[in-house]
Design a protein around this ligand. Structure first.
Ligand code: FEO
Ligand code: CA
Ligand code: CA
Ligand code: CA
Length: 730
């Protein structure tokens, strides 16, 4: 959930604590461009197919070795119209099926999900809010396979839960308690619906299902032990009552985007973890001169901050007390003042080993991590990964490993040991964009005198940089961006694309070349301001480990009828207009760029969606003056760099989801013939007071298409195939 316009009382996803004076290139005055609400109707798109049918587990099929198709240059499907229907819409000629939804049992002994709030044992069930997802193939013998197309593991994030007034109301019988203290029995369930899952899936043609009894099935929750790795391991700032030597911690939380490492493991970004911690109003005093007070403020936890669910109120037991981020005892060894510092990392999991221990890779920095995108590794060169910090005005990052890539590590005997080799030692950089279309990577380590000698914050070591990464990026003057979400690497060019989902806090005075839009959009009678619909920036690195890059803006989200000089700069049409890009994944098979939305701005006209794109490369467009119309009738311009505008042939809508959902997570079988997509939080706009009245639910998906019991909406994974057995999108 990251909408800007619903339930301000539960907005834990748009944290906005960057008060640094980091650069803005052009000063422009406020835009007060009022937009007409009219949309052109009917563009002659063919009727799309609605998703239906319950999942059944098909028989076992063997892995095929189909040759990979050449990367596609045009998209071969009929675009799907914008839709407000409570179903998944896909192009004609495609089929979709629900295969794995909130609460589905992951062991033989776990009963079927009743979906009425009475279900328990969520540690053995699918978690909530399915998010980023990766495919890990299995051959017929159950061994890891790069070519398997009919059997594999989906490793995915269960980011959060649909909540209001503290409670995850759909998983409690009558909605749960909305006052403090929360009942322990409710908290116990909520602690287990967050985290990760590994689930085995199997299919033949269009019939897919998950395997309830697979020994690979696994949940990682807020309670699962994890090992701290990288420069922050052992730091005084990670000492807790649970781990006096700061080598371990518990759980992973609010996992959003994902990635797949070159050595074949799953990585996941911890995003809006800070919102789960309570901090007493007197905690600043209790901490006296602790430098972490500055960091707590910078990471969104001012003294007196309430927690999202009140988990700290479940009782005196450790499992509840750990969510109180206060200095309540004499020593950090006896309380959980540092517990929040054990979240905010990239975590690595070996999905093929259900007993393996989750590793927190602190070298990749601590912030509101979204996805992790690894550049194609080159023998003898460092391994490089790109990441975004999704909060208003936060930064883009790059990690460069100290170890040089050995191609033998593509199939290592010990996958997590390969992770240790490449992710535990390296250098983190933050991006600074310049108005001329160039940019530089700023080193975040105590080798950089700007950090070592900083008067802004005391960095004693690279452990401090790893834990207080935002402050290090502030110190070097990185560029404040419009909420960096997923990144993806174009397999044809090696260029990195990153979605900047929207920024309601972007002001005209801070508009700059790479975040150039500030305008007003109407949603019904409601004014929405800032960069309302988001954009996608792309970077061409001079070399994998280099410190300079070139950039332009691939795409500006917009409504098709918006002004083309100030808002709809990419000339989007009814076939491809969109708002709030979030998920972004390139198919390694076809090179198609899949773009998914998590929108609250255009949802008066369409539910969230997924589009397919065939983009060009950095520099295929040119300079662009963005018009800012002023209240007094005058105008100002901000110079940006924009790529060649897409057309309906190179960017079109492939899917629209059910009501109240976000589309996120994408992976495919290596033949490109089957894709998996997550539908997160359908019915998110349902009010807690209406939990007993299905007629008032915003959505009843997926039970309204025949999947599962009850009428409460459930986050779920769907599988999409082409009816002629062809490659998706072609
Ligand atoms: Fe979980 Fe930034 O979206
Ligand atoms: Ca989002
Ligand atoms: Ca609008
Ligand atoms: Ca996201």
């Amino acid at each position: 959930m990251s909408h800007d316009n619903i339930r301000p009382s539960t907005q834990f996803n748009d944290e906005d604590s960057n008060r640094s004076g980091n650069p803005a290139f052009d000063e422009v005055l406020a835009t007060r461009l009022s937009r007409r609400g009219l949309l052109r109707g009917g563009m002659g798109m063919a009727g799309a197919a609605a998703l239906g049918g319950a999942a059944t587990l098909a028989g076992c099929a063997t892995a095929s070795q189909a040759p990979l198709p050449a990367a596609v240059n045009t998209l071969g499907f009929t675009p799907v119209a914008k839709s407000l229907a409570d179903v998944v819409m896909i192009p004609p000629g495609y089929s979709a099926q629900v295969i794995y939804a909130l609460g589905d049992p992951l062991t033989a002994a776990t009963p079927a999900y009743k979906n009425d709030g009475t279900d328990a044992d969520f540690g053995n069930r699918a978690g909530d809010h399915h998010d980023g997802m990766e495919w890990f193939g299995l051959d017929a013998q159950g061994k890891p396979s790069d070519s398997a197309t009919a059997r594999g593991l989906l490793a995915m994030n269960h980011e959060a839960t649909t909540d209001e007034k503290l409670s995850s109301f759909f998983i409690h019988p009558t909605g749960g308690a909305s006052t403090l203290p929360r009942p322990a029995a409710e908290i116990d369930k909520e602690l287990m619906i967050h985290g990760l899952a590994v689930v085995e899936v199997e299919g033949r043609g269009k019939q897919w299902g998950y395997k309830q009894t697979s020994p690979f099935n696994r949940r990682v929750t807020t309670m699962t032990e994890a090992a701290l790795h990288g420069p922050a391991r052992g730091s005084e700032h990670l000492v807790t009552k649970y781990s006096a030597d700061a080598t371990k911690c518990r759980g992973t939380l609010n996992n959003c985007g994902t990635g797949k490492t070159p050595w074949g493991t799953f990585v996941s970004g911890e995003e809006n973890w800070y919102g789960y911690f309570f901090r007493d109003a007197k905690d600043d005093d209790a901490r006296k001169k602790d430098k972490q007070v500055q960091a707590l403020n910078r990471y969104g936890r001012k003294a007196g901050a309430a927690s999202r669910h009140g988990w700290e109120t479940g009782g005196t037991a450790d499992m509840y007390a750990r969510w109180n981020n206060g200095a309540t005892a004499a020593s950090a060894r006896d309380d959980y003042r540092n517990e929040m510092n054990t979240f905010g990392y990239v975590v690595e999991l070996d999905p093929y080993d259900a007993r393996s221990v989750l590793r927190k890779r602190t070298g990749l920095g601590r912030f509101a991590h979204e996805s992790v995108s690894f550049a194609k590794p080159v023998a003898g060169q460092p391994v490089v990964a790109y990441m975004g910090d999704d909060a208003r005005g936060e930064y883009m990052y790059k990690f460069v490993s100290a170890a040089k890539w050995d191609p033998a590590d593509a199939k290592p005997a010990n996958r997590l040991a390969a992770g240790d080799k490449y992710l535990d030692k390296g250098t983190l950089y933050a991006a600074r964009f310049k108005g001329d279309g160039s940019g530089e990577w700023l080193e975040l380590s105590v080798n950089n005198p700007v950090i070592a000698n900083s008067s802004y914050f005391e960095f004693k070591s690279d452990a401090d940089v790893a834990i207080f990464t935002r402050l290090a990026a502030d110190a070097v003057g990185a560029t404040r961006m419009d909420r960096p979400e997923w990144g993806g690497i174009n397999p044809r060019t090696g260029e990195i694309y990153m979605t900047l989902t929207n920024n309601s806090a972007r002001t005209s005075s801070a508009a700059d070349a790479v975040n150039p839009r500030v305008y007003t959009d109407m949603k019904g009678s409601k004014e929405q301001k800032g960069n309302v619909h988001g954009h996608i920036v792309r970077l061409a690195d001079a070399s994998p480990a280099g410190s300079s890059f070139k950039w332009d803006i691939y795409l500006f989200g917009a409504e098709a009828d918006a002004d083309k000089s100030s808002i709809n700069l990419s000339s989007l049409t009814d076939e491809n207009d969109m708002s709030a890009p979030d998920g972004l994944v390139f198919s390694p098979t076809t090179g198609i760029c899949w773009i998914q939305t998590d929108d609250g701005a255009y949802t008066d006209k369409t539910n969230c969606m997924m589009l397919a794109a065939v983009p060009g490369r950095v520099g295929d467009g040119g300079p662009k003056a963005v018009m800012h119309k002023m209240a007094d009738g005058s105008s100002k311009t901000v110079e940006t760099r924009m790529g060649k505008a897409p057309t309906p042939a190179t960017l079109k809508r492939f899917l629209v989801g059910p009501k109240g959902c976000e589309i996120t997570g994408w992976c495919e079988t290596p033949d490109g013939k089957t894709i998996f997509v997550n539908i997160q939080h359908p019915g998110e706009g349902t009010r807690m007071a209406d939990v007993m009245d299905p007629s008032k639910f915003e959505s009843q998906w997926p039970t309204n298409v025949g999947y599962g019991a009850g009428k409460r909406p459930r986050s779920a994974t769907i599988v999409i195939t082409k009816n002629d057995g062809g490659v998706i999108g072609t």
